[in-house]
Design a protein. Structure first.
Length: 83
């Protein structure tokens, strides 16, 4: 018996889309400047910019949103129709 809401059922359930680069570019914030202003390593800022995020640290996300003066929904979005 399989529950259609279960993530154990193999199906397309969407994806998370990172838009850090869009917001940073719009505001003229470089990866180096973001790293400096948020207190994270450049590699962390670079991975956010490139959308290569495996795990999101909520403290880092909070600092990034503060520096970019944005909401979480501006930089992280759920795409239900990822096809």
């Amino acid at each position: 018996m399989s529950d259609p809401k279960s993530i154990m059922t193999i199906k397309d359930y969407g994806r998370i889309v990172y838009r850090f680069a869009d917001v940073m570019d719009k505001k003229g914030i470089t990866r180096n400047k973001l790293a400096s202003l948020t207190g994270v390593r450049f590699e962390v800022a670079d991975r956010l910019y490139k959308g290569i995020v495996e795990r999101m640290d909520m403290d880092v996300l909070t600092r990034v949103c503060y520096v970019l003066d944005c909401q979480v929904g501006d930089v992280i979005q759920y795409d239900k129709n990822s096809k």
